[in-house]
Design a protein around this ligand. Structure first.
Ligand code: AHR
Length: 494
């Protein structure tokens, strides 16, 4: 199989934010997964568990979306600031009807972002909140001078503004965020946007409209046409679900070959979605100012047997590693359209980076892919072409090879390649002018049976390893990818 890297053509810079994450007040994501509290026996810094934070830091997380999801449109930010003992206890009506005592709020989330070194992306309440409430939250976070909200922030212990840049104007407004029609949402979005102010010309806020579900192109068109002038980007949600029946989505482990190929095939649909939503955004705004933010993506399976159905806890296998790698390749290749993406969700919910069990933590195969791909962040995308053949099971056929490449500021090229076949190795010949006679070419490989996963007792069943057998000469190198694998090749300039 030949792969060509064309250094003369590029879709642009891979926005670092494509490697973003999402953490909701849902199940054990925030509580237990990220936040254990200062009194916990689990090692923590200011209540945030150190094992998880340290693992995530390795991924160079650029941006983290919070507090939802559906939770965002029931969230009243004032409930989560001020003395913890005085914070309101509410019911998390979207996710399992559990008690939410608001001990993790704005300040705690900003401390998490500080520890991770990432930007915050707040999803504001449009569905059940008011314009004033949302406007106050921006003022609370971003006003440097004297004002009622800035004074409240100071009274709560924070002198300097947080300078939160990214603000989502509602979430899934077509569903859990208010069941609105597109026209109604677009008008509402214009209204809310009017009162989300910039308080500092050096820290302009970036407004993201609640976008479409999957292929609801009419939603994108109407929001962009009616509200486009008032926003910077429109979001898109697309989850990979093996079966179309949401009551029986398919298991996270122990799946069939047909389910494996169906999952990959459905993942590849992301290309069509970002292309078409992107085309609509460009048509609505000819200056090309509107970005596409895929702020929820990833696999969604039946919950792990025996766990709370409202908690969306699922295991994570090599199949998930491939889903992550394919989506990230697609986002890289469409970096002229996709300005941010946030996988759902960071810990213990859906397609997670890490899973926790009391004091124990494991890294998922998806985590390892994000680490293999982190060099793409901020690099210049390079056009690639892969010769492929179809591999299939039942009605589900996919190309066996999928790639993306980029070049960083030091001239180092990162080529990420997926072998989707669960049965056949893929010998690849990579052709490019970026490969010099003395170029160092190294590879890191993640591979295993499609259903392989890490457990708390055996946390290293799936982990990356250095690749052997890479042969390089001027203009080309060869390597062999085993079945069901993700490889990251680094090509140094001479
Ligand atoms: O990520 C889980 C849920 O999926 C989010 O809360 C919601 O936005 C989406 O439907």
């Amino acid at each position: 199989m030949r792969i060509i890297i064309n250094e003369n053509r590029s879709a642009g810079t891979v926005n670092r934010n494509i490697y973003g994450h999402f953490s909701e007040h849902l199940g054990r994501c925030v509580y237990e997964g990220l936040w254990v509290g200062e009194d916990s026996p689990i090692p923590n810094v200011k209540g945030l568990r150190s094992d998880v934070v340290n693992a995530l830091k390795e991924l160079r997380v650029p941006v983290l979306r919070w507090p939802g999801g559906c939770f965002a449109d029931t969230y009243h930010w004032r409930d989560g600031v001020g003395p913890v003992s005085e914070r309101k206890t509410i019911v998390n009506t979207n996710w399992g009807g559990v008690t939410e005592d608001n001990r993790f709020g704005t300040h705690e989330f900003m401390e998490l972002c500080r520890q991770l070194g990432c930007e915050a992306y707040f999803s504001g309440n449009v569905g059940s909140g008011t314009v004033q409430e949302f406007s106050d939250w921006v003022e609370y976070c971003n006003m440097p001078g004297v004002s009622p909200m800035a004074d409240l922030r100071r009274a709560n212990g924070r002198e300097e503004p947080f300078n939160v840049k990214y603000w989502g104007i509602g979430n899934e407004a077509w569903g859990c965020g208010g069941n609105m029609r597109a026209e109604k949402y677009a008008d509402t979005c214009r209204q809310f946007s009017t009162y989300l102010r910039n308080y500092d010309r050096d820290h302009k806020i970036y407004k993201i409209a609640s976008g479409a579900n999957v292929d609801d192109y009419e939603w994108t068109r109407k929001v962009a046409e009616i509200a486009g002038f008032a926003i910077d980007a429109v979001s898109l949600h697309y989850y990979t679900v093996p079966h179309d029946d949401w009551e029986h989505k398919g298991p996270a482990t122990g799946f069939t070959r047909e389910e494996y190929y169906a999952t990959l095939k459905k993942t590849l649909r992301m290309k069509e979605l970002v292309t078409e939503h992107g085309r609509i955004l460009r048509k609505a705004d000819r200056r090309g100012r509107l970005g596409l933010v895929v702020d929820e993506w990833g696999t969604w399976y039946d919950v792990e047997p025996g766990t709370n159905p409202g908690f969306l806890y699922q295991q994570n296998t090599m199949r998930d590693a491939l889903v992550a790698a394919l989506n990230l390749n697609i986002f890289n290749n469409h970096c002229d359209t996709v300005v941010m993406a946030n996988i759902a969700q960071t810990v213990n919910v859906l397609q997670s980076m890490v899973l926790t069990d009391g004091p124990r933590m494991l890294l998922t195969p998806t985590y390892h892919v994000f680490k293999l791909y982190r060099g793409h962040q901020g690099a210049r995308e390079l056009e690639t072409y892969a010769e492929t053949k179809l591999v299939s099971c039942g009605d589900w056929a996919v190309p066996n090879i999928h790639v993306s490449a980029s070049e960083n500021a030091d001239g180092k090229v990162l080529l990420t390649v997926v072998n989707l076949s669960d049965a056949e190795s893929a010998p690849v010949e990579v052709l490019s002018d970026v490969i010099g006679a003395k170029s160092a070419v190294t590879g890191t490989l993640l591979t295993g049976q499609s259903g392989a996963y890490n457990t708390f007792d055996e946390p290293e069943t799936v982990k990356p390893a250095a690749m052997s057998g890479i042969q390089s000469e001027k203009g080309r190198f060869t390597a062999v990818l085993p079945p069901c694998s993700v490889a990251a090749f680094e090509i140094g300039r001479e």
